[in-house]
Design a protein around this ligand. Structure first.
Ligand code: NAD
Ligand code: IPM
Ligand code: MN
Length: 356
């Protein structure tokens, strides 16, 4: 039976990179009968332009109906002056929250062909394979109260609240431990328990959950040290589990280990394994519309979608192998150092589709 994929290109480089992901899905359909039916809807700034909302009702309806969602990126300078509740980023936060996508898997894997492209020495990153499990629908991103208030003195004050309930911590911890069981069996929980009560509870709950996974070794690390360790000796990590804000920051940091933020895919999953798939990077307004964006993070997000939501592990393997093959041939978008064949977004996408 055909599976319904909703494409949400979004803003900036979003339309360019999702077009290449679509090309890859169409090639899989044609060659291997994967059977994906694709539909497109606006989100982010494009949603605001089309329907006055960063997450139009119709887009959310289609997302609920789809078997999986693939998103490009949202945001751009032309939208930065809008009221906060209609800003593009709100559309992304809203779809994550509405669909209950609490579990964000962000694998940082170094393709051996890119060992020289990392900002770090080759021996520090060679063989890197870490999985950041980021809590995605809680923490300071969603905590109440929040806002900007005027104090008696007349001065204004911005405020946000970091909150985590036990059930929220427990389910993200279970996701991380289950993932570690399929990997090297190590979870490092990252928090700021030396300062924050929300982290104190986080640590306690993660400890409790660990008892159900005797085959997995648990360690804890403060987030400031974790940021340092990620660039000092990243291969010490297997699975990193952390809250929404820390996970956002650490995953961009991990991205650079792999050669470029243009290489990092992600899966955002609900309790039943339904998911939204998107690159970790943003809408890159500085290079939008110039055929410069690296489409591989989005194409690798397609692989995660095939594996986690569509039960098509073999097709996922094919996509990842095709990415390896084009890198091996020396194709590089401008964000990737090395290689011997500079290419644009489209040529990179065509090459991957051609190697499936
Ligand atoms: P960004 O990730 O868009 O860009 C950071 C830098 O990385 C830029 O120099 C950009 O050119 C480069 N880059 C990013 N993706 C690339 C790719 N695929 N190929 C080559 N180079 C790439 O982050 P930013 O500049 O902080 O944010 C820009 C806009 O994107 C903002 O509006 C922000 O809110 C939004 N954003 C959206 C998402 C998302 O939709 N998931 C994620 C992060 C940022
Ligand atoms: C990401 C982005 C988003 C986040 C923004 C655009 C809301 O940075 O997906 O990493 O902070 O979660
Ligand atoms: Mn981010």
């Amino acid at each position: 039976m055909a599976q319904k994929i909703l494409l949400l290109p979004g803003d900036g480089i979003g339309p360019e990179i999702t077009a290449e992901a679509r090309r890859v899905l169409e090639a899989l359909n044609k060659r291997y009968g994967v059977g994906c039916e694709m539909e497109t809807a606006p989100i982010g700034g494009a949603g605001y332009d089309a329907a006055g909302q960063p997450l139009p009702d119709e887009t959310l309806r289609l997302a609920r109906e789809a078997d999986a969602v693939l998103l490009g990126a949202v945001g751009g300078p032309q939208y930065d002056a809008l009221p906060r509740d209609v800003r593009p980023e709100r559309g992304l936060l809203a779809i994550r929250s509405e669909l209950g996508l609490f579990g964000n898997l962000r694998p940082a894997i170094l393709y051996p062909q890119l060992a020289g492209a990392s900002a770090l020495r080759e021996d520090v990153v060679a063989g890197l394979d870490i999985l950041i499990v980021r809590e995605l629908t809680g923490g300071i991103y969603f905590g109440q109260p929040r806002g900007i208030r005027t104090l008696d003195s007349g001065e204004r004050q911005g405020f946000n609240t970091e909150v985590y309930s036990e059930s929220e911590i427990e389910r993200i911890a279970r996701l991380a431990f289950a993932a570690a069981e399929q990997r090297q069996g190590r979870v490092c929980s990252v928090d700021k328990a030396n300062v924050l009560e929300s982290s104190e509870l986080w640590r306690e709950v993660v400890e409790r959950v660990a008892a159900d996974y005797p085959g997995v070794e648990l360690s804890h690390m403060y987030v400031d040290n974790a940021a340092m360790q990620l660039v000092r000796a990243p291969k010490q990590f297997d699975v990193v589990v952390t809250g929404n804000l820390f996970g956002d920051i650490l995953s961009d940091c991990a991205a650079q280990l792999t050669g470029s933020i243009g290489m990092l895919p992600s899966a955002s999953l609900d309790e039943h394994g339904k998911g939204l798939y998107e690159p970790v990077h943003g809408s890159a307004p500085d290079i939008a519309g110039q055929d410069k964006a690296n489409p591989l993070a989005t194409i690798l997000s397609v692989a995660m979608m095939l594996r986690y939501s569509l039960g098509a592990g073999e097709a996922a393997d094919r996509v990842e192998a095709a990415v390896g093959a084009v890198l091996e041939e020396g194709l590089r978008t401008p964000d990737l150092q090395g290689g011997n064949r500079p290419v644009g977004t489209r040529e990179m996408g065509e090459a991957v589709a051609g190697r499936l």
